[in-house]
Ligand binder design. Structure first.
Ligand code: AMP
Ligand code: GLY
Length: 426
């Protein structure tokens, strides 16, 4: 079948590699794609939120499956749009509809959903414009650090974690009164800070049955030792040693199963991935957040660990037959290091030539902000390329990725040298 993949990050390049390995894939198109997806099929110059053009492309190119990488088109309702459009209603869409995407698109919805279905998460209260003073009173009842979240999508920037009461009040004023994130901060969630370690858990579901994909740890801060501002993700490791069998059993019974049952009770048809950010507090799991898609760069660490056919899994998700699908995983450690443009997550310069790629043999390379220009490979984004290495030993996998992070070269390159270091001695 012909498949259309939406997105342009390292996650999409990893998905594209795996999709094209399947005998079920005839041709892969990626919109808009990057230098990596271009090697796996054909890039299409199309905006991922332009549903009209996407529907026309599906029709003209006999697309049978659409895989939605990022959250924005999901939250904007691409799945409902394609399912309701007479020309595209037969196409298999991987990704929830508008209702299910609210798990990511509205933090207030997600927190309410967890409360309704007794899913463990941080205590919270939600505040709307006009209730700034009530918000300040609530902050007085909490201890530092304070966690404030814009309700809607804010490109990963909508969470403030601050250490003093004054900063929290200022943050609330910024979001609620000064509309720092536009409509996304019309409502603000204030929640209890959870002290623990985080793991990203990935679930594939057809709405009734679900399977667990490999879990991963993401490294969000720009600086080594988890310092400096948040980024999209500077690296990932899979599997995560502390997410052992006992812990994952708690995750399944207390979080995943009630989530799927909750979706059913609320008549939300969910066909796609659920990415659950989980905090382990002394071995007990609590939900930090839900996402309606796979993570980036976690996907670059988990996809190489999936041995079974991905398109078969995607087909099972969309057709409600996941019960019959068995996932086979590789027990090796995957360590992913992301090379970024100097300055990221702030301002950075694009267009630097990348070299050294052809010398890499023992890692998988997933392009993110990279494109071809005048027959050269050049940088075009904050996160440029993800380097994933697999090995039975976590430290060896780290070593290979670090070695290759030195070989791939471009001006102002930056990366974290401590990805996985904290997990090495567990
Ligand atoms: P979110 O977008 O909700 O995942 O928040 C971004 C990041 O902020 C998370 O990955 C956590 O590292 C951190 N975070 C969010 N909520 C909390 C919380 N209640 N306690 C501690 N850390 C949090
Ligand atoms: N790595 C975090 C995310 O994809 O949101």
């Amino acid at each position: 079948m012909n498949i259309l993949l939406l997105g342009s990050g390292g996650r999409e390049h990893a998905l594209a590699c795996k999709i094209t390995q399947s005998p079920l894939c005839t041709k892969l198109y990626t919109a808009p794609g990057n230098a990596g997806t271009q090697m796996c099929g054909e890039n299409v110059d199309m905006v991922i939120n332009d549903f009209l053009s996407i529907a026309a492309f599906i029709k003209s190119h006999q697309i049978k499956m659409v895989v939605v990488g990022p959250e924005e088109p999901l939250v904007k309702g691409i799945t409902d749009y394609l399912n309701e459009n007479i020309d595209t209603r037969e196409v298999l869409v991987i990704g929830p509809g508008r209702a299910g995407s609210q798990l990511e698109g509205s933090k207030e919805f997600a927190k309410g959903f967890m409360a309704r279905h007794n899913i463990p998460t941080a205590a919270y209260k939600s505040f709307e414009a006009g209730s700034f003073h009530e918000g300040v009173e609530f902050l007085k009842t909490l201890n530092a650090p304070y966690v404030l979240k814009a309700d809607g999508l804010a490109a990963g920037k909508g969470v403030y974690i601050v250490n003093t009461f004054d900063e929290a009040v200022e943050g609330l004023d910024h979001m609620l009164n000064k509309k720092a994130f536009g409509n996304a901060s019309n409502k603000v969630i204030i929640e209890e800070f959870m002290h623990g370690i985080e793991v990203s858990v990935f679930v594939a579901t057809d709405g009734k049955d679900w399977i667990l994909l490999p879990e991963a740890k993401d490294y969000k801060r720009i600086g080594e030792g988890d310092t400096g501002p948040n980024t999209g993700g500077m690296g990932a490791v899979s599997p995560v040693p502390f997410a052992n069998e006992l812990f994952m059993e708690k995750v399944k019974t207390r979080i995943i199963q009630p989530t799927i049952e909750g979706l059913n009770k609320e008549s939300i048809d969910y066909k796609g991935f659920i990415f659950i950010g989980i905090m382990s507090i002394e071995g007990e799991p609590f939900v930090v957040e839900y996402n309606a898609r796979l993570g980036d760069p976690e996907t670059e660490a988990i996809i190489p660990r999936i041995k079974s056919d991905l398109v078969e899994m995607l087909q099972a998700i969309a057709t409600g037959t996941l019960k019959n699908y068995t996932i086979e995983t590789d027990p090796n450690y995957a360590v992913t290091i992301v090379l970024v443009s100097g300055g990221y997550p702030g301002k950075y310069v694009n267009g630097y030539e990348m070299t050294g790629i052809t010398h890499i043999e023992d890692s998988k390379l997933y392009y993110a902000g990279a494109c071809h220009s005048d027959n050269k490979l050049v940088t075009k984004g904050g996160r440029v390329i993800a380097i994933t290495s697999l090995d039975p030993s976590l430290s060896k996998a780290r070593e290979i990725s670090l070695k290759n992070a030195q070989i791939v070269s471009f001006q102002n390159k930056n990366y974290r040298k401590d990805i996985g270091l904290d997990l090495q001695n567990e």
